[in-house]
Design a protein around this ligand. Structure first.
Ligand SMILES: NC(=O)c1ccc[n+]([C@@H]2O[C@H](COP(=O)([O-])OP(=O)(O)OC[C@H]3O[C@@H](n4cnc5c(N)ncnc54)[C@H](OP(=O)(O)O)[C@@H]3O)[C@@H](O)[C@H]2O)c1
Length: 244
């Protein structure tokens, strides 16, 4: 089996590279920091002995995505699993002060992710097998003043994945939507919360297991499904008054 992890320098993604390699799968490690991607691939090769290759990937370089996927498949073979792990939370909530920042957040988390998913889906659809894993966020379940640009991009990505799953189902290709709550990574560094934060290792195990079991939507940590159920149930006239 061959696996590609896009946005592989994320801690969750690094764990996934190792996890799939330990299961004996060839791994393509794609990240915009190609030197770091090469270090991850080399570590994977040393620890597992599997074929692991690194390459430069930028979610914003959308015109190049189909050619990049072709290059990935030349290196590790037709993809069985593609994990879209990249994400960008941006600098601010999106208060209109810097739309350039907001636009990058939208493009990385949604437009770039959809562009790459289309490129991967084309081959998997033709071969009538494969699994696309998209890492979205619980932030996409309801717009909140503290991070609505990031939330809207992740929410759009989750909706996109839902439609893609529906389209690819008859072709035998599975699409897993991962809605992460708090995981201890660079993205949440310094964040203060009373809600328990998951480890990247535990998150990667849950994601790989859900892909294997063909789960449609994984909330991780799982209690976030209930939290978001409550948050989604608050009437808008009350919700708009909250400071969330
Ligand atoms: N941690 C959480 O609590 C949490 C919660 C909900 C969702 N998520 C999602 O989980 C995924 C992994 O994030 P993380 O928590 O591990 O944070 P992270 O360490 O900040 O990882 C984000 C990854 O995205 C990559 N990236 C950003 N812009 C990119 C671009 N233009 N092209 C290619 N790669 C790009 C980063 O690459 P560089 O190393 O080059 O910066 C990094 O590998 C993301 O999709 C994130 O949105 C995380």
């Amino acid at each position: 089996m061959s696996v590609a992890i896009f946005g592989a320098t994320s801690r969750i993604a690094r764990e996934l590279c190792l996890r799939y390699a330990e299961a004996g799968h060839a791994v393509y490690v794609a990240a915009r920091d190609v030197a770091e991607a090469e270090r991850i691939a080399s570590d994977v090769r040393v620890r597992t002995g599997v074929h692991a290759v690194a390459g430069a990937f930028d979610a914003l370089a959308m015109e190049g995505h189909p050619a990049f996927v072709a290059e990935v498949e030349r290196e590790v073979g037709p993809l069985d699993v593609a994990v879209l792990a990249f994400g960008d939370m941006g600098e601010g909530p999106g208060d209109g002060a810097d739309f350039a920042d907001a636009r990058r957040v939208i493009d990385v988390n949604y437009t770039g992710a959809a562009s790459l998913a289309e490129a991967v889906a084309a081959g998997m659809g033709e071969r009538r097998r494969g699994c696309i894993v998209g890492i979205a966020s619980v932030a996409g379940d309801r717009g909140r003043q503290s991070n609505y640009v990031y939330g809207s991009a992740k929410g759009a990505f989750a909706l996109y994945l839902q439609g893609l799953r529906n389209r690819l189902y008859p072709l035998g290709v599975h699409v897993l939507t991962v809605k992460l709550g708090f995981v201890d990574t660079r993205m949440t560094y310094g964040m203060k919360t009373k809600i328990p934060v998951a480890s990247p290792d535990a998150a990667s195990r849950a994601i790989a297991a859900a892909a294997e079991r063909k789960v449609d939507t994984l909330y991780y940590p799982r209690f976030w499904r209930a939290i978001m159920g409550v948050i989604q149930g608050i009437p808008e006239r009350a919700f708009k008054r909250l400071k969330l």
